[in-house]
Design a protein around this ligand. Structure first.
Ligand code: SF4
Ligand code: SF4
Length: 289
């Protein structure tokens, strides 16, 4: 089973949930797909056994073969190519914007002149490691690199189907999150009971409903803010899987980089119950199809 931990915005405690859930269960693999700011390693302190450079193929144009037909520009959905056709005896030009390129390969496929070849552009690194019996994989996007989805896909190539996989997804509701959660059996949405938390929760719920992935909510710092997140979940028939209090003990543990299950054993039972709850909801969702 693949369980993704998601939040509509950063700073809600998504990684805390991912790490503590991973440490509470057996036969687990954790994937940190928050590649712009991976931090699960700070709490797990895994031994990294392998680092694999991640790259995407970007086009390079041989202008000696190019007739400036503009087909590559037309096919590029990401506006990563500009073609200036020459006139009045002036030579044309093809400009490639590698930071916009998703490495889809469509331009080289459609260039009838064979003027485009692909060259690898390094975007980051995938780290593979372990902590005791826990398998660990994360991705680190190079500073200044904009394209996180290709790196997230490369991290997900290491999914071990013989284990329960926990994915720490990037925050938000855009392409990187969708890339991270695609193929998940269940999503845990971590939020907080504030107006911002509610706003971003609603957006994340819309995304997961479109993707048809079953999900439930964890309310972190549940004793601050107001009751609107709970009312929303009730009204939308969304299960509240767990409530985590606003506690000094958790905050201190977090600031020390120590997962709360390592300090307070009662939390391990809570995270095991969370997993059992997820399995129950998932089975119910499967049987209703
Ligand atoms: S499709 Fe090929 S020939 Fe046409 S403009 Fe692009 S690189 Fe040049
Ligand atoms: S590989 Fe895809 S995204 Fe990159 S420039 Fe070509 S068509 Fe655009």
């Amino acid at each position: 089973m693949i369980i993704s931990i998601v939040s509509g915005k950063g700073g809600t405690g998504k990684t805390t949930v991912a790490v503590n859930l991973a440490l509470s269960l057996k036969n687990i693999q954790i994937l940190d797909c928050d590649v712009e700011e991976p931090n699960a390693h700070l709490f797990l302190k895994p031994r990294i056994k392998e680092e694999v450079k991640a790259s995407i193929p970007v086009p390079e144009v041989d202008e000696a073969k190019c007739n400036y037909c503009g087909k590559c520009r037309e096919v590029c959905a990401y506006h990563a190519i500009a073609v200036l056709s020459g006139n009045n005896g002036k030579k044309g030009s093809v400009l490639i914007f590698p930071h916009l390129c998703h490495g889809c390969g469509a331009c080289s496929l459609l260039c009838h002149e064979g003027a485009i070849k692909e060259v690898n552009k390094e975007i980051g690194v995938v780290e593979i490691g372990e902590k005791d019996h826990l398998q660990f994989v994360d991705g680190r996007l190079n500073v200044g690199e904009a394209m996180s989805p290709p790196l997230i896909r490369q991290v997900k190539r290491y999914i071990n189907p013989t284990r329960t996989v926990i994915i720490d997804a990037p925050p938000g509701t855009s392409c990187p999150v969708i890339t991270a959660v695609k193929g998940s059996d269940f999503c845990v949405l971590v939020t907080e009971p504030t107006p911002f938390g509610l706003n971003d929760l609603i957006l994340a719920v819309e995304v997961l409903r479109k993707l048809k992935i079953p999900f439930g909510v964890i309310i972190n710092r549940c004793d601050i803010g107001d009751g609107k997140v709970e009312s929303y979940c009730k009204q939308e028939d969304i299960p509240i899987l767990m409530k985590i209090p606003f506690s000094r003990e958790i905050a201190v543990s977090y600031s020390e980089g120590v997962p709360i299950v390592k300090k307070d054993g009662s939390y391990q039972d809570k995270f095991i119950n969370l997993y059992l709850n997820i399995c129950g909801i998932k089975n119910e969702a499967d049987s209703s199809y």
